[in-house]
Design a protein around this ligand. Structure first.
Ligand code: SF4
Length: 270
């Protein structure tokens, strides 16, 4: 992923929001004991209070974060882009499509349409042809054109830097908005895609299935400066270890602290 400037719009901005850890780099955020512990480490003879349960949960989350950090220290957005507009377009294209496939299409696309103005003026049929291999190409082409027309008409051809301004754009939901905010502007955001949702439920971080509810629960548990990198690390772990159909719990570093909620043990390598 290249990070450059374009059209006077910097790709990375200072982190924003509330919370005591805001603005601190991940290395300065307390991660707790980095060694995995047994799921049954507390004494069974002592009744656990609500306060104790909360402390246990926080400790477990810290350990999950520490293990993910150790496993994927350099996790990053897999989409190739050089400007916020390009990342926005690539993220719209990535719906129901692999990042690898999107990266095969975007070099030619960025060359043909170098900025929001060019995308806004695109001929729908030509754009559809260029992005056809990413699937759902008619909808995606219509959304990209409409989205960029809104960027030109309302935001001076630049990508806005708040979720409130991003979500109303054509083809942009919270997931896309958080990808753009986190990776183009450095504004922390939790991206709940299929991997993040599945892993969060298996790890016992949430029982919710609706992405927006999962996002809300994760925001309460994960320190804000880590939201973006946490999303990347969960996606990496989902792709490499915690597969949707065949999670490799037997060789997973998180196994000692993961309740493996919803994982079917029989017939699985757990
Ligand atoms: S222990 Fe199993 S369910 Fe838990 S994160 Fe690892 S692979 Fe996924």
């Amino acid at each position: 992923m290249k990070k450059t400037k374009s059209n006077g719009q910097p790709l990375v901005a200072k982190t924003q929001g509330k919370g005591g850890n805001v603005g601190k780099p991940p290395s300065e955020i307390p991660q707790g004991n980095k060694d995995p512990v047994s799921k049954n480490s507390s004494s069974p003879s002592k009744p656990i209070t609500k306060k104790g349960q909360k402390a246990q949960k926080e400790e477990r989350v810290s350990k999950i974060l520490a293990i993910l950090q150790r496993l994927y220290p350099d996790a990053r957005c897999a989409l190739e882009y050089e400007t916020p507009v390009q990342l926005l377009v690539a993220t719209i294209l990535s719906a129901q499509c692999t990042d690898v496939r999107v990266n095969m299409v975007t070099p030619g696309l960025y060359k043909r349409y170098p900025d929001a103005k060019a995308f806004a003026r695109a001929n729908p049929s030509e754009l559809e042809t260029l992005i056809q291999s990413t699937g759902f190409f008619r909808n995606k082409a219509a959304n990209i054109i409409a989205c960029c027309q809104e960027l030109v008409a309302v935001h001076g051809g630049l990508v806005p830097k708040t979720i409130e301004e991003l979500v109303p754009l054509a083809g942009v939901g919270r997931k896309t908005a958080n990808v753009v905010l986190g990776n183009a502007f450095g504004v922390p955001g939790i991206t709940v895609d299929t991997h993040v949702g599945r892993l969060s439920r298996r790890m016992g971080l949430t029982q919710e299935t609706q992405p927006v509810k999962v996002e809300t629960e994760l925001m309460e548990q994960i320190p804000q400066p880590l939201w973006t990198i946490f999303s990347h690390r969960m996606i990496y772990h989902g792709r490499q270890v915690c597969d949707a159909k065949k999670p490799r719990c037997g060789s997973c570093a998180l196994a000692p602290i993961c309740p493996q909620t919803g994982v079917e043990k029989r017939g699985m390598p757990c």
